[in-house]
Design a protein around this ligand. Structure first.
Ligand SMILES: Cc1cc2nc3c(=O)[nH]c(=O)nc-3n(C[C@H](O)[C@H](O)[C@H](O)COP(=O)(O)OP(=O)(O)OC[C@H]3O[C@@H](n4cnc5c(N)ncnc54)[C@H](O)[C@@H]3O)c2cc1C
Length: 471
């Protein structure tokens, strides 16, 4: 049977029977991962690839795996969901300091403030199995776990078998079936009932986050994105010097949280009340058009050099649009700088490795450009800096037990060595900064192999997913 998917459309097809839904140059948001899980399971069922007598295996009980497994089981497909750890949604369960919002990053589209996904205005005929409402990450988990449990109880073990402490091994995909064995922890209560499946969906996550400037077990490691932090309150720290390294969404998001004290980009934009101001609509339209063009171009970019051109253009449009917005709003710089002045840090520096940010959400980019412009207009007041064309070469922590780890050395003095950097090209070390809090958001480790087979190489771009389920 011919493969039903264009691998770059929804899932990356590793074998005729194996579909990977955790791929891309950078991690895809929870909302998009739900869309991938739902869409891929729907398609497999609609195409009769999996059905009553053709079972499905889903690997990984994060939001994408659970969404895929529930969707398939609700189609009447016998589905086995295996999870290596002892609980579902472990990534979010461990984090009680990060505020999640399902639509904020769709800004500047009109639905960006909707607190639930899908919003009532786009309620699909078949709702997604997990309801996603804005909130602190760990607070969302009990509801999702409860939903998984309840639907599992209703469908029964023959339709949805959820096995914790279980990992597949020796996976082989053939034209007709995918087969594997399983490694089960001694404490695993339930084991899979089959070893052969008509298809496997791999939803095992995006790999490890890079939180070290150099790969060395003795090198400083920053707090991870999904670890508990105190970046908004900076509680317990005495006027700290904060450095954030990276130019993607993780770095921009944390820069916004530290700079403003707001838990989310959405909260900062709402605080500015821009929608009531002159030139707002022109700014919005300009960003909308530039983002659309950049997304389309990125999907077809063939090299890092292409990415550099696309991101440079996009960044230039953002900077110019923000300058024009400030031109019509003389009070904006004052409003922002007085907000930043009240924050309890001694200094805050974002260090990013080119003239532009990496591919990132429009809202994060726009807000950092707004903060930058405010600082540029009142430089005397700034304790906040954005340093472009800089990579973090190394971080040395004074007085921490080795190996230095941010969870233990937040607040201790660090030396942060910078090197010149432009996209993929690194130059010499050129400056050293002092910091008490160092946050490294350096992307995900592209060297990490997927669970099975190979992931696509340079073509693994962020894909254009629908905003809401269809139908
Ligand atoms: C640095 C960073 C920043 C991010 N920022 C945001 C953000 O601001 N907003 C947002 O919405 N999303 C963000 N994301 C993305 C978010 O983490 C994912 O979308 C989300 O976790 C859902 O992913 P998932 O279910 O596909 O995978 P995960 O949540 O990673 O779940 C994968 C599951 O698979 C299990 N597993 C792994 N290997 C095996 C195996 N061999 N056998 C069985 N089970 C296995 C794991 O234990 C885990 O439970 C970010 C991600 C990163 C890394």
């Amino acid at each position: 049977m011919a493969p039903p998917f264009d691998p770059f459309l929804i899932a990356h097809q590793l074998d005729p029977r194996i579909f990977d839904i955790c791929w891309g140059l950078s991690p895809v948001s929870i909302r998009d991962q739900m869309m991938r899980g739902r869409t891929v399971a729907d398609r497999l069922a609609d195409l009769d690839y999996v059905h009553r007598d053709a079972p499905l295996l889903v690997v990984g009980a994060g939001v994408s795996g659970v969404t895929a497994a529930l969707t398939a089981a609700l189609h009447g497909v016998p589905t086995t969901l295996v999870e290596a750890s002892s609980e579902p949604f472990g990534v979010q369960a461990a984090c009680d300091t990060r505020y999640l919002h399902p639509s904020q990053y769709d800004w500047p589209l009109p639905h960006w403030r909707e607190d639930t996904f899908p919003p009532p205005s786009h309620a699909p005929a078949n709702p997604l199995p997990l309801r996603y409402a804005a909130g602190i990450a760990s607070n969302l988990v009990p509801y999702w776990s409860d939903t998984l449990q309840k639907i599992g109880d209703v469908l029964g073990d023959d339709l949805l078998r959820v096995c914790y402490g279980v990992k597949p091994r020796d996976v082989v995909g053939t034209e007709d079936m995918a087969q594997c064995d399983f490694d089960c922890e001694p404490w695993a209560k339930k084991r899979p009932a089959h070893k052969a499946f008509r298809a496997i969906i791999s939803a095992a996550g995006f790999g490890s986050e890079r939180v070290q400037a150099r790969k060395d077990p003795k090198a400083f490691a920053s707090l991870r994105f999904w670890e508990r932090d105190n970046l908004e309150s900076l509680k317990g720290l005495d006027s700290p010097r904060v450095i954030i390294g990276g130019g993607g969404d993780g770095a921009l998001q944390d820069f916004i949280r530290v700079a403003s004290g707001f838990p989310s980009a959405k909260a900062l934009l709402e605080y500015l009340h821009l929608q009531d101001k002159p030139r707002f609509w022109l700014w919005r339209e300009t960003i909308l058009a530039a983002e659309d063009q950049a997304q389309r171009a990125s999907a077809w970019a063939g090299s890092e050099a292409d990415d550099h051109v696309i991101q440079s253009r996009l960044h230039a449009v953002h900077r110019e649009a923000v300058q024009s917005l400030f031109g019509s709003l003389p009070s904006l710089a004052e409003q922002l700088n007085s907000l930043l002045e009240k924050r309890p840090y001694k200094s805050l520096t974002l260090v990013h490795p080119c003239t532009h940010f990496a591919q990132s959400y429009a809202l994060n980019r726009a807000l950092v450009c707004i903060l930058q412009e405010a600082l540029h207009r009142e430089p005397g007041r700034g304790r906040v800096k954005v340093l472009s064309n800089c990579g973090i070469d190394d971080v040395e922590c004074a007085g921490c037990p080795a190996p230095p780890q941010a969870s233990r050395c937040v607040g201790n003095p660090h030396q942060v060595h910078l090197k010149l950097k432009e996209c993929a090209n690194s130059g010499k070390r050129h400056e050293t900064l002092e910091a008490d809090v160092v946050v490294l958001r350096l992307g995900i480790d592209n060297g990490v192999q997927p669970l099975f087979g190979m992931r696509p190489g340079g073509g693994a771009r962020r894909q254009l997913l629908p905003y809401f389920p269809v139908p």
